[in-house]
Design a protein around this ligand. Structure first.
Ligand SMILES: NC(=O)c1ccc[n+]([C@@H]2O[C@H](COP(=O)([O-])OP(=O)(O)OC[C@H]3O[C@@H](n4cnc5c(N)ncnc54)[C@H](OP(=O)(O)O)[C@@H]3O)[C@@H](O)[C@H]2O)c1
Length: 349
């Protein structure tokens, strides 16, 4: 007979050549039940979250006569945002780093928008300060107006740490420093086109981050955590930008698009990527659904003159106390000015 403690802990049995752990069926059943309950709970929570985060932009506002620049418009929610801007009559600048996928996406955007649509691809690698400057120069040379600047492009890595061409941590360089510099270089054009809007695609994951504005590049943190920090930087940047642009006719708002089945998960390594893919396909929003809040922030009449807000599912949403800390935002702004190397003659905000 087996004692109670053996039933719970299993018994080591010496076989012909090795020791084998014989696990009692009761223990297997208990572990299976607990795992099943946890998995079932997680699936249920995801289903509820997905069902509750399907806000749709109901504004029918036309964008005819307006110019909209969308970064990272070759895939995911950026491509869907570009399609919708073109469909509403805007001239669309798709600022992308991969010219091959950008041209394919441009063809899709043109097909959706129909005849007469004006859609251009502008090369932009946000992780390179030189590329950001080249992109801004090209836009300033070719465009007479810029009504909406959508900072959509984003990069995330789970474990791999990389540096940008300028020697900055790649996640913060792409998600914060590039957009920071691009906004500076285009700000005068935005002001001349007023009322104009800056829309920043952040993420609810900002809530998991802490940011020291003196060392925003946090070289020792895990890359996955750096993504959260970069999204917190997006929120600080938007709020500080809104404060600095008060009375200029240019507004700045940020948003969380929801959890979306898009390319943002592409750097999750094997085998972690398998459950992530399964969950994304089964429960996350499509890129078209995910683009709704970006579209809302870019076009909605309700947001005329509204600045410094955070949106989720096409509705205003509260921010954490840490993200609303104006002193941190100001310090981050000043540190970012230093990191992007603003030159004499560059516009200041
Ligand atoms: N998916 C989600 O669940 C989720 C949730 C919260 C927030 N977001 C945010 O939503 C935004 C859009 O992401 P997505 O979900 O649509 O993912 P996505 O399909 O991966 O799109 C990201 C876009 O950013 C571009 N990009 C990345 N690095 C770049 C660089 N250095 N220079 C220029 N463009 C660059 C990508 O271009 P390539 O094709 O060349 O890589 C791609 O077009 C991101 O800011 C992301 O942080 C997404």
């Amino acid at each position: 007979m087996t004692s109670n403690s053996e039933a719970a802990e299993g018994t080591w049995v010496r076989g012909m050549t090795e020791e084998v752990l014989v696990v009692p069926p009761l223990a297997v059943a208990v572990v299976a039940a607990v795992l099943g309950a946890l998995f079932g709970g997680a699936v249920l929570a995801l289903r509820i979250y997905a069902a509750m985060t399907r806000g749709v932009c109901t504004s029918a506002a036309s964008m005819r006569g307006k110019t909209v620049l969308v970064t990272g418009a070759n895939s995911g929610i950026g491509k869907e945002t570009a399609k919708e801007m073109a469909r509403r009559g805007a001239r669309v600048l798709m600022a992308c780093r991969n010219q091959e996928t950008a041209e394919k996406a441009r063809a899709e955007v043109l097909a959706t928008a129909g005849e007469g649509a004006s859609v251009e691809v502008v090369p932009l690698d946000l992780s390179s300060l030189e590329s950001v400057r080249a992109c801004a120069k090209r836009v300033l040379q070719s465009e007479r107006r810029l009504d909406v600047l959508v900072h959509n492009a984003g990069y995330a890595n789970t474990f791999a740490r990389k540096l940008s061409a300028d020697g900055h941590e790649l996640t913060m360089a792409t998600n914060h420093l590039g957009p920071f510099l691009l906004t500076h270089l285009l700000i005068d054009l935005l002001k001349r086109s007023k009322p104009a809007r800056v829309v920043v695609v952040a993420s609810e994951l900002y809530r998991l981050a802490r940011l020291d504005p003196a060392t925003p590049l946090r070289p020792r943190a895990l890359p996955a955590y750096l993504y959260y920090v970069s999204k917190l930087a997006n929120v600080h940047f938007t709020l500080e930008l809104a404060r600095r642009l008060e009375g200029s006719g240019v507004t700045a708002n940020c948003l969380h698009p929801g959890m979306i089945d898009s390319g943002i998960w592409r750097n999750v390594p094997f085998p972690l990527n398998l459950p992530v893919k399964l969950i994304a396909k089964g429960f996350f929003k499509t890129p078209e659904q995910g683009a709704q809040t970006s579209i809302f922030c870019a076009v909605s009449e309700e947001l005329e003159g509204v600045s410094g807000k955070y949106y989720l599912d096409c509705k205003e949403h509260g921010l954490s106390a840490a993200a609303s800390d104006a002193a941190v935002a100001k310090k981050l702004w000043e540190k970012s000015e230093e990191l992007v190397g603003l030159k004499e003659g560059d516009p200041r905000i």
